[in-house]
Design a protein around this ligand. Structure first.
Ligand code: ADP
Ligand code: MG
Ligand code: ZN
Length: 480
């Protein structure tokens, strides 16, 4: 019998607020341990949480971008469990009444498009971090800087049919969150983390199999690997006549396997109940409309627009809009408004600009390049006033120092010589200086053409227009 996988994902995304969800402590990553703490996020007795309005705004913003219904009155709940990084002994979360429900996210797979249903989005606080064996000793230390940092948990319906789809969904979701400015999407720092639920069932069946949950997988590659392993494992078990036990499993990226962490019997009973310290959360129609008006263009919409408006191939449109700093697409629009050949422009983005962002660890906004200078430079190339190579050199200067391309060309004497008279003179000189090569060329060794153009370019310090040089060298040498 053939089995097919069924996957549902739960993503925890850290929200980019300046302060924590229920106190005024900073959310900045990388501070000295326990420096971003106060009685509230340390769970001292007698303190009260005060909700950060920005957290709700970001959650609603996310819900609207994902086409969710926004609940006008939602509720905070206590999720009770004991762990050293959870000082109160409970996490403030949402349970039966989450702020957003029933959304969708479009993903691209195998050239086609699929819509993945989002079941719910709720807000909650993050826990602190346990550091085991710190300093090589036997002790475990706790850092509460992360305790109380706001999260949204985004849960899909079991709609994903392969590890590739799971990975495509995560990438698409991360793109949306980054474009919204609600999360930095950094998987290594744990700002965007994923738990994957997975089961298998006979092909064509309508009845879902028993699922396992894979915890905290911290890269796109590991998500695929962990799911692939787990699908193989589950199929082996059911084909061997066994039963899948519902349990939580951890992926070991070195051994490339999943291992049981806890079974359902050992699973927590969280004893959820409404948090008596917080009022039900009300979100007004007016506020929702205000947030909706502030939504930016989403990455996939931008990709489709680039394809249509600029006539770009899908791969180019994708490179400029998906899995990339959204500022890239903004810059593209700005330059394209001043320069009429979007396909050529896209090549400059994919080549020179992306190389600069990657090599220099430079953020786009830190670059000195203006849209006008970018467009002017491409016009200079089109007019034949500078060669392609010189243009790349000028581009490097524009990135670091800014300036106007025409002035840089002038100041550095980079202007390309297209004047036939000047080139012809140099060609004559080169031909006169190499009688042996001329004889060989005319005797049929046409490969020598490159030698002559090279000599001419060298004599002109690289500034001769290559097309003109080529044409004149051929003309002067004659047909062999
Ligand atoms: P819980 O309340 O135990 O967290 P949920 O119903 O909220 O369970 O589901 C959690 C996640 O597991 C969701 O993403 C859902 O799509 C997924 N899921 C549920 N059942 C299955 C199944 N049989 N196979 C794969 N994924 C599943
Ligand atoms: Mg769950
Ligand atoms: Zn605090």
């Amino acid at each position: 019998m053939e089995y097919v996988p069924v996957i549902g994902l739960e993503v925890h995304a850290q929200l980019l607020t300046k302060t924590k969800i229920f106190c005024g402590c900073s959310t900045a990553f990388g501070a000295e341990p326990n420096h971003h703490t106060c009685p509230v996020c340390l769970g001292m007795p007698g303190v009260l949480p005060v909700l950060n309005r920005k957290v709700v705004e970001f959650a609603v913003r996310t819900g609207l971008a994902l086409g969710c219904e926004i609940r006008r009155v939602s509720r905070w709940a206590r999720k009770n469990y004991f762990y050293p990084d959870l000082p109160k002994g409970y996490q403030i979360s949402q349970y039966e009444l989450p702020v957003c429900e029933n959304g969708t996210l479009a993903i691209e797979v195998g050239g086609g498009e699929r819509s993945i249903r989002i079941k719910r989005i709720h807000m909650e606080e993050d826990a602190g971090k346990n550091i085991h064996g710190a300093g090589g000793g036997a002790a475990s230390l706790v850092d509460f800087n992360r305790a109380g940092v706001p999260l949204v948990e985004i849960v899909t319906e079991p709609d994903l049919a392969s590890p590739e789809e799971a990975s495509a969904y995560l990438k698409a979701l991360r793109d949306v969150l980054v474009a919204l400015g609600v999360c930095n999407g950094n998987m290594e720092e744990g700002s965007f983390r994923c738990d994957a639920n997975i089961s298998v069932m006979p092909k064509g069946s309508q009845v879902l199999g028993t699922r396992t949950e894979l915890k905290n997988i911290n890269s796109f590659r590991f998500v695929r690997e962990a799911l692939e392993y787990e699908i193989r494992r589950q199929i082996e078990v059911v084909q061997g006549g066994g039963k899948i036990v519902q349990e939580t499993r951890l992926y070991d990226s070195e051994k490339k396997r999943t291992d049981s962490m806890r079974s359902k019997e050992e699973a927590h009973d969280y004893r959820y109940f409404p948090d008596p310290d917080l009022l039900p959360l009300e979100v007004s129609d007016a506020w929702i409309e205000e947030i909706r008006k502030g939504l930016p263009e989403l990455p996939r919409d931008r990709m489709l627009r680039f394809e249509k408006q600029y006539g770009l191939p899908r791969d180019d449109a994708r490179a400029l809009t998906l899995d990339v700093d959204p500022a890239v697409g903004v810059l593209f629009d700005q330059v394209a408004a001043l320069y009429s050949e979007p396909r050529k422009l896209a090549n400059w983005f994919k080549g020179e600009l992306f190389r600069a962002i990657k090599d220099g660890e430079a953020k786009l906004e830190a670059l000195q390049l203006t849209p006008k200078a970018f467009a002017d430079l491409l016009v200079l190339v089109d007019k034949g006033e500078v060669s392609g190579n010189t243009a790349k050199e000028i581009f490097g200067t524009l990135l670091k120092e800014g300036g106007e391309p025409a002035k840089i060309v002038e100041a550095r004497g980079l202007k390309q010589v297209s004047d036939t008279g000047a080139i012809e003179k140099t060609v004559d000189e080169v031909i006169a200086a190499h009688p042996d090569e001329v004889a060989k060329y005319r005797g049929g060794k046409t490969k020598l053409l490159g030698f002559f153009t090279g000599q001419v370019m060298k004599a002109m310090k690289g500034k001769g227009n290559p097309a003109v040089v080529n044409e004149l060298v051929q003309k002067k040498l004659g047909t062999p």
